[in-house]
Design a binder for this molecule. Sequence first.
Ligand code: HEC
Ligand code: HEC
Ligand code: HEC
Ligand code: HEC
Ligand code: HEC
Length: 270
Amino acid sequence: MGNFFPRWTNWLPLKLAIALAFIGAGVSMGIAYYFTPKYTRVGYEPTQPVPFSHKIHAGELGLDCRYCHSFVEVSGHANVPTNQTCFNCHGAGKGNIKSASPKLEKVMKAQETGQPVPWVKLHKVPDYAYFNHSVHINRGVSCASCHGKINEMEVVRHDQTLSMGWCLDCHRNPENNLRPLDQVTNLNYQAKDLDRAAFYKDLLAAGTPAGDIAEVILGGKPGYDVKGVEDLMAIAEKKFGKDVSQLEVGSQLKKHWQIQPPESCAACHR
Ligand code: HEC
Ligand code: HEC
Ligand code: HEC
Ligand code: HEC
Ligand code: HEC
């Protein structure tokens, strides 16, 4: 048998491997570049036609987000309220709060002409990406995770990039952001404010076996001898310390609500 392959081909596998590694690196750098928004939206804060303050209304007055953004739990799109919602308090003869204020002039005009106030829209994902509010709200993701502390903002601004990488960061590790459903519009919520006993009692009351709850606390190890709330409290305190932690809450909710945010292209690009 002759030497079928010339000598230099001995190096071929290695060369191929190096070339592939370079191509790979090039592609991932390309992706990292390509998938980062070219400009940063964080901080974008346009001037609105009416100086409406979330700090006053959602912060100091404590109005729930859903009082005005009433579709956010039931629809893919969040709505901005109509003049009528403002008139519940600012309309002359009704609540009559500051109805003569020059700052409210455009709302009064809008009500007379029947035209909506031309609010400037800030948050927008491109048309080729699909986003739905209600699926997030009803799975324990708070407005705060995506919009920041709106209740402290005089003027709404972009708090997060809303880039694809940002969506995926949470989709890969949702436990960092899940909270009980009744806390979704409480923008001041912190896991450490939760009552640990009540949290585990609720999970047990929902029919989750104590052993399954224990397994999540113990990071996958079975907790055969765990019977009730007392036992759960003991192992949780040992693992997470005195205060309830975000990871403690998030990992339980992820497991028992079977949270599986999609990572496939087709889920968001339909
Ligand atoms: C009294 C009514 C009212 C309440 C309560 C309220 N909002 Fe708003 N919200 C508005 C109005 C009006 C606008 C449009 C003007 C502006 O951007 O300030 C708006 C705009 C927004 C926007 C920006 C929309 C865009 O254009 O992208 C976000 C995000 C938002 N609100 C979140 C919240 C959250 C979160 C809460 C609860 C903490 C909340 N709002 C409570 C009335 C309200
Ligand atoms: C639940 C009642 C309530 C609702 C609903 C409400 N407001 Fe207010 N608003 C208030 C109160 C209370 C103040 C504070 C008044 C003060 O400073 O004494 C205020 C203050 C304001 C001011 C500042 C007025 C000034 O002269 O300082 C503006 C502007 C305003 N609201 C716009 C709106 C708009 C726009 C909406 C609808 C999207 C709205 N408000 C809905 C209760 C409400
Ligand atoms: C998982 C992230 C996420 C959560 C949670 C979330 N939002 Fe949004 N919000 C977005 C994105 C992304 C947009 C832009 C949507 C688009 O372009 O259709 C947006 C847009 C909005 C708008 C503008 C809608 C419009 O058409 O002008 C409002 C108002 C709003 N959100 C309010 C809220 C409120 C109130 C909550 C909590 C009850 C909330 N959002 C929770 C990501 C989120
Ligand atoms: C802070 C966490 C978080 C962020 C940020 C987030 N998501 Fe999600 N997403 C979730 C969770 C939790 C679910 C629910 C998964 C489940 O029900 O199993 C979900 C579900 C979805 C779904 C599947 C539900 C459906 O309607 O088909 C889509 C699509 C989606 N997200 C798109 C997006 C997009 C696009 C963005 C960025 C603009 C985004 N998400 C940002 C947490 C997040
Ligand atoms: C969780 C939702 C989600 C998933 C999953 C997802 N994307 Fe995206 N993608 C987005 C959003 C949102 C944007 C718009 C980002 C922006 O506006 O900055 C985007 C933007 C893009 C862009 C345009 C990038 C640019 O810089 O203009 C491409 C290309 C893309 N996605 C491809 C993919 C591919 C390929 C996959 C599968 C591997 C994928 N996406 C999976 C949400 C998603």
